[in-house]
Design a protein around this ligand. Structure first.
Ligand code: R5P
Length: 295
């Protein structure tokens, strides 16, 4: 076997979509959990070129198994190992914000880079770091923009106004708005805690009577989108939707968004969940082909 996608059970469906887009087989990575919580990871076959697929939502549970699978593939004879990590965790802690804190982005980037020859992800949260190359030395690391996969969310909307909830969202909202020629408004956010933000939107009067779509790379606790939705609702937006590349929010956070006035929540399938209907397989496959990684 020359090329194959290898998938853990929870990502079997999106990994199969990637394999189909590439025209190569998709095989399972088996994980056995021992009573003490350790994992035994096993790959049935080690293709010469392996696309090892796993999103790293719940990273503390999933990352170690990913590294074990990478090692098993190497031991089995894989010579080109590409980690396909649609949602790449630990990217937000890019500096020590307070004395004594670990710089998680640097540590995690280094760990992953040691395990593979190349890495592919979607819209990583890079803020002060400008490219993955800075934190993943010695490998080819590529970030695929999700904007094209998000575009179908606007298919049936008339003249929506796109709102980025904070300055960090500028790159994401502009990437979506530019090709579609849509109007953009940016907010400003101050984070007071994991689940508490204070948010203002200058020129918010422009939302009155409009369909407004909140766009960000990530919905986690939902606090950012919920705070933005409350401001938009109070300012007369007629319909509010939320659109994100990665949605990590659980049922309680999604309910909080609905209560704040968000009528629809959509995201890509980088993270499995009820909002993740927009597939990124085509974009991943295109990059894999363009980089010549299928050879
Ligand atoms: C941070 O700047 C990100 O772009 C998101 O705005 C943030 O991670 C969302 O987190 P939460 O949903 O917990 O407010």
């Amino acid at each position: 076997m020359t090329c194959a996608v290898l998938a853990f059970v929870e990502g079997a469906a999106p990994a199969a979509r990637l394999a189909a887009a590439l025209g190569i087989p998709c095989h399972a990575v088996d994980v056995h959990r021992f009573p003490d919580g350790e994992s035994l990871v096993r790959v049935e076959q080690a293709p010469r070129t392996a696309f090892l697929y796993r999103s790293l939502d719940r990273p503390n549970d999933k990352a170690l198994e990913l590294l074990l699978a990478a090692s098993a593939l190497r031991d089995g004879g894989t010579t080109k190992l590409v980690l396909v990590i649609p949602y790449l965790a630990y990217m937000r802690q890019d500096i020590a914000f307070h004395p004594g804190e670990a710089v998680s982005q640097r540590v995690f980037g280094d760990l992953l880079a040691r395990a593979c020859d190349a890495l592919l992800t979607v819209d990583p949260h890079l803020h002060r770091t400008h490219s993955l190359a800075e934190i993943m030395p010695g490998i080819e690391a590529r970030a695929v923009p999700a904007a094209e996969a998000l575009a179908p969310a606007f298919a049936t909307m008339h003249d929506p106004l796109l709102v980025g909830p904070d300055e960090e969202s500028r790159q994401w909202v502009e990437a979506v708005a530019r090709p579609l020629g849509l109007e953009v408004l940016l907010g400003g956010k101050q984070r007071r805690g994991d689940r508490e933000v204070v948010l203002t939107i200058p020129e918010v009067g422009r939302v009155a009577g409009r369909t407004v779509v909140l766009v960000d790379d990530l919905i986690s606790s939902g606090a950012t989108m919920a705070a933005a939705a409350r401001v938009l609702r109070a300012s007369g937006a007629t319909r509010i939707e939320a659109l994100a590349t990665h949605c990590l929010a659980g049922p309680a956070a999604l309910e909080q968004l609905r209560r704040a006035g968000v009528a629809a929540i959509r995201s890509t399938d980088t993270v499995p969940g009820p909002t993740g209907s927009l597939a990124v397989a085509g974009l991943l496959a295109r990059t894999i082909r363009d980089r010549g990684w299928l050879a």
